[in-house]
Design a protein around this ligand. Structure first.
Ligand code: MRU
Length: 358
């Protein structure tokens, strides 16, 4: 997507260097970072310079490619895998990408490993773009049906949580791809964007939607239920960090509460789900998906911009302990449909779209 009129992906390689949009500073400042060693890749994922399940996977693949340029041995392969795998435990795309890289590279003779690893990282990035483009097409069909029942001047009102946008993927985004495609085809939209404390990824979503000219309002995390009760939400659409084979959806903390409110108000709750985000080994998301317990400072402090530039301020009493579970699980029964690159499916039927995993 475009930033100040120039097309970008969230990660790319250029002249032998891997570059990313450093998301820590958005929406206040647009900065690009160069990842120069394996520590840099691990730090960028762990400390959320890059974030969002698909982008975490693509960054890990580029990290493996970098490791192979330093030393294409089995020892380096294992060390790079081990270094990267623990950086963000919840998003399954990390493991998916690392497993794919390790399997391919183990079967590749050492002299060819660096080139093969780079080709694979690029392929993973390109595939992500295509997957999200297709998710957008299927999601667009849902939005189009809602739009067909609207009066002129009454926009389709969507609600989204966190940032499942183009900067959380390589391009397009998952939950935002249908929005971009609907807006590009002239559908009148308004998007309610959950703030998504503690890290306020809603500000990233607002930045994205604003850059694309899509009407939106940044709302507190507590506002969604009220808006649904008053008929002001036609559809909720979120991303996911890991979805089980049975359709339980793990996503950013607070997603579950939105699903409950949607269920209570008869609002359809859709999840945009690229297939690399499916964990086919897990059937009970609440029991089996590890939930990141993140830095308490993300809750006790808020980053913003003021007269002295970008700054972080404390919002809690200095001695109050803080808890920071970063994700929650929405049970499949609360999910209307999963929008995948192969089509839209009821959560319990996910395997029907992916018979190779049945
Ligand atoms: O902690 P984050 O910012 O990496 O969490 C991101 C989310 O929860 C997204 O909704 C999810 O990864 C889907 S991204 C397309």
């Amino acid at each position: 997507m475009k930033v100040n009129g120039k097309p970008y992906r969230s990660i790319w390689d250029e002249d032998g260097l891997v570059k990313v949009i450093d998301q820590r500073w958005l929406p206040h400042d647009f900065r690009i970072a160069t990842l120069i060693d394996l520590d840099g890749f691990a730090t960028a994922i762990r400390d959320m310079w890059v974030r969002g399940a698909p982008l975490i996977g693509a960054t890990a693949a580029y990290g493996m490619a970098h490791a192979m340029t330093t030393s294409p041995t089995d020892t380096t392969l294992t060390a790079a895998y081990d270094r990267l795998i623990d950086t963000r435990p919840t998003a399954i795309n990390l493991k998916w990408a690392l497993d794919r890289c390790r399997a391919t590279l183990s079967d590749t003779p050492e002299p060819q490993r660096a080139a093969t690893a780079l080709t694979l990282a690029r392929a993973i990035a390109d595939e992500d773009v295509e997957i999200n483009r297709r998710i957008g097409e299927y999601g667009f069909e849902i939005i189009e049906k809602i739009a067909a029942q609207k009066q002129p001047g009454d926009p389709v009102r969507l609600l989204t949580h966190c940032n499942a946008g183009w900067i959380a993927t390589v391009d397009w985004g998952t939950a935002t791809s249908p929005m971009y495609q609907a807006a590009d085809k002239g559908i009148d939209l308004h998007v309610w964007v959950d703030e998504t404390r503690p890290r306020n990824q809603g500000a990233l979503t607002s930045w994205e939607l604003g850059s694309h000219g899509i009407s939106h309002s940044y709302i507190t995390d507590n506002a969604g239920g009220h808006l649904m009760q008053h008929g002001l939400v036609d559809m909720v659409i979120t991303g996911t960090d890991r979805t089980t084979a049975t359709g339980d959806v793990c996503n950013k903390i607070g997603t579950y509460l939105k699903a409950l409110a949607a269920h209570d108000n008869g609002v359809p709750f859709y999840v945009a789900l690229p297939s690399p985000t499916i964990d086919w080994t897990v059937s009970d998301g609440i029991r089996d998906i590890p939930i990141e317990d993140r830095d308490p400072r993300e809750v006790s402090h808020v980053l913003g911009t003021g007269p002295n530039g970008i700054d972080s301020v404390r919002v809690t009493p200095p001695d109050s302990p803080v808890a920071n579970p970063a994700f929650d699980v929405t049970p499949a029964r609360l999910v209307t449909g999963l929008i995948t690159e192969r089509g839209v499916v009821a959560p319990h039927d996910l395997k029907s779209l992916f018979p190779e995993h049945a």
